[in-house]
Write a protein that binds this ligand. Structure first.
Ligand SMILES: *[C@@H]1O[C@H](CO)[C@@H](O)[C@H](O)[C@H]1NC(C)=O
Ligand SMILES: *[C@@H]1O[C@H](CO)[C@@H](O)[C@H](O)[C@H]1NC(C)=O
Ligand SMILES: *[C@@H]1O[C@H](CO)[C@@H](O)[C@H](O)[C@H]1NC(C)=O
Ligand SMILES: *[C@@H]1O[C@H](CO)[C@@H](O)[C@H](O)[C@H]1NC(C)=O
Ligand SMILES: *[C@@H]1O[C@H](CO)[C@@H](O)[C@H](O)[C@H]1NC(C)=O
Ligand SMILES: *[C@@H]1O[C@H](CO)[C@@H](O)[C@H](O)[C@H]1NC(C)=O
Ligand SMILES: *[C@@H]1O[C@H](CO)[C@@H](O)[C@H](O)[C@H]1NC(C)=O
Ligand SMILES: *[C@@H]1O[C@H](CO)[C@@H](O)[C@H](O)[C@H]1NC(C)=O
Length: 477
């Protein structure tokens, strides 16, 4: 690639009008150099520019600009030089000069931030054939590895639900006295924000060596994205939700989310369930927005491959919404918003936490025990998930679920789902979570997030319900 690049633009420092007559061939060379010098390409704000034959760019003027570059492949990379002296006729380069800076690259990324009062010039050194991308923005680097990970919903034998990190914030309407109206039990999906950027998921069986958006997007992703939509899973904000099909059972996958084509989140590791795993996935319930995992229900009928609000039987959603309605009725006998039962929380928080708890316990989560294969070495350190085998003779954990015809393994809800309700609700509701000393572990996962004995927040075995390596210790709903 890029064989046909012109010479590095360097304009000899003499006035052409005074120049001696040149032989025609030499004159052509000089004007060729001038053409190259003048063909500095303009970089536009917040617009990614893939590499082509251009090597010199003008940078727009701004008080605070970040120029970022990302390599799209491994190999010998070009060097990037920038100056904020806009009148500079000499392209910035390795020989330096006033206000000439080199953009250092690290793992395929580089960025430079500074004032460009009158604009500036970016020059790319020739001689390398690795494709790259440049971006300039007033809002920090366009290219970066995001600190937030994608979120693993769950997998079945051949499907997976993955969420991007939050891409748009959301603020709930907080009701106030005297019109303290809580959201209805049967919530409707809030209007999704309009976001013009692309969100992509890249799924692979191996870990990629190059974690830039353009490198990841150029590699082929396994599986097919059956559905992609913005979903408000919880108060953290809107995420892109991907439903992926066509995966292989019992296989390790690595997922990367690429946001706005240039911000990378990941790697997230997960493993698909075995071919014999029979629980279908459920998600996109507006009244239980955080639920996105496998449940012990019969396989949904055609054309559905998983459950959502349009094919979940009313015999399951009806009683759930009825008990949430009844709870809300009882809760609002309290003078919500007028008499505070806590300086920190109000009825709105109570209803939200109760909803999430009710959803989590109403939709038991299927899991698979994969610990049998672990070697004796790591089992000393390994934290086992809150799994519990459910024989077919057992009562369904949710009485509105039809009996499940096979033995399955349930992943217990995290006890913190219950303690959150206890903390957010007024005492007169009499919410009691089981105490660890008295058998709480038979119905909840205890001691993973908070310390099981004393309930000290975040001081449990893992501190979290799940991590980015495919471990899920308890069901946080
Ligand atoms: C160029 O950058 C330097 C260092 O950041 C700064 O001091 C100077 O004011 C900038 N010049 C212009 C014209 O923005
Ligand atoms: C320039 O912008 C970056 C990214 O938005 C920001 O972190 C930084 O504080 C800003 N610097 C100044 C001097 O405003
Ligand atoms: C009370 O609040 C609800 C929801 O915020 C709103 O729909 C309703 O119109 C309000 N009623 C009055 C009387 O302000
Ligand atoms: C999204 O990606 C497509 C193809 O990769 C591209 O043509 C389009 O311009 C991108 N849209 C935005 C808003 O970046
Ligand atoms: C899959 O990942 C697990 C850890 O999550 C690891 O123990 C196992 O060796 C991996 N299997 C393969 C085939 O890489
Ligand atoms: C449920 O899933 C079907 C099939 O994937 C889809 O067409 C539909 O839009 C989904 N409905 C809701 C309410 O999520
Ligand atoms: C919840 O609302 C949707 C429409 O918004 C409706 O189709 C559905 O039947 C309602 N569910 C129940 C259990 O009332
Ligand atoms: C909610 O209350 C109504 C009326 O009191 C009652 O008929 C219904 O059974 C209750 N729902 C649940 C799920 O308890």
């Amino acid at each position: 690639m890029q064989q046909a690049r012109g010479p590095k633009a360097f304009i000899p420092d003499f006035d052409l009008h005074d120049a001696p007559m040149l032989p025609e061939s030499l004159w052509c060379l000089v004007s060729a150099a001038l053409v190259v010098a003048q063909s500095r390409q303009q970089l536009l704000l917040d617009r990614l520019r893939p590499s082509d034959d251009s090597l010199v760019f003008t940078v727009p003027a701004s008080d605070n600009l970040t120029i970022s570059v990302a390599l799209c492949a491994t190999g010998t990379s070009p060097r990037f030089f920038v100056t904020n002296v806009s009148s500079s006729e000499v392209d910035p380069g390795p020989s330096g000069g006033t206000d000439v800076y080199e953009i250092e690259l690290n793992d395929g990324y580089g960025s430079f931030n500074g004032p460009f009062a009158n604009g500036g010039v970016l020059a790319v050194s020739d001689g390398a054939d690795v494709a790259y991308e440049v971006g300039v923005s007033e809002n920090g680097p366009m290219h970066e590895i995001l600190p937030e990970m994608p979120f693993f919903g769950d997998s079945s034998g051949n499907q997976a639900i993955i969420f991007s990190p939050p891409v748009a914030s959301w603020s709930a309407e907080i009701p106030t006295y005297p019109n303290y109206t809580l959201p209805p039990a049967n919530l409707s999906v809030p209007a999704a924000p309009s976001i013009s950027s692309n969100f992509s998921i890249i799924l692979s069986r191996t870990t990629s060596s190059m974690l830039t958006g353009c490198a990841l997007k150029s590699q082929t992703s396994t599986g097919t994205v059956a559905d992609q939509r913005l979903w408000l899973k919880d108060e953290d904000g809107w995420r892109s939700q991907w439903t992926i099909e066509g995966l292989s059972p019992s296989t390790n996958y690595t997922a990367y989310a690429v946001i706005a084509d240039s911000k990378v989140s990941g790697p997230l590791y997960f493993r698909t369930k075995s071919a014999s795993f029979s629980c279908p996935l459920i998600s996109q319930l507006p009244y239980c927005p955080s639920i996105a995992y496998a449940v012990p229900l019969p396989q949904p009928s055609n054309p559905f491959t998983m459950y959502n609000a349009s094919n979940l039987p009313l015999a399951i959603s009806g009683p759930l919404l009825s008990s949430l309605t009844n709870f809300t009725t009882t809760l609002t006998t309290y003078a919500c918003g007028r008499d505070d039962y806590s300086p920190l929380v109000s009825c709105n928080d109570c209803q939200r936490e109760y909803r999430r708890w009710l959803c989590t316990v109403s939709f038991p989560r299927c899991a698979e025990d994969t610990s049998s294969s672990s070697s004796s070495d790591d089992s000393a350190q390994k934290v086992f998930s809150a799994l519990s085998s459910q024989p077919t003779s057992a009562q369904p954990r949710n009485p509105t679920f039809p009996p499940y015809t096979e033995t399955y393994t349930v992943l217990q809800p995290c006890i913190e789902r219950c303690t959150a309700v206890d903390r957010a609700c007024p005492a007169f509701l009499g919410i009691k979570c089981p105490v660890p000393r008295f058998n709480a572990a038979s119905s909840y996962g205890v001691g993973y997030i908070d310390n099981g004995e004393d309930g000290i927040e975040g001081e449990g075995l893992t501190g979290v319900a799940q991590d980015a390596y495919g471990n899920v210790w308890c069901n946080l709903g």
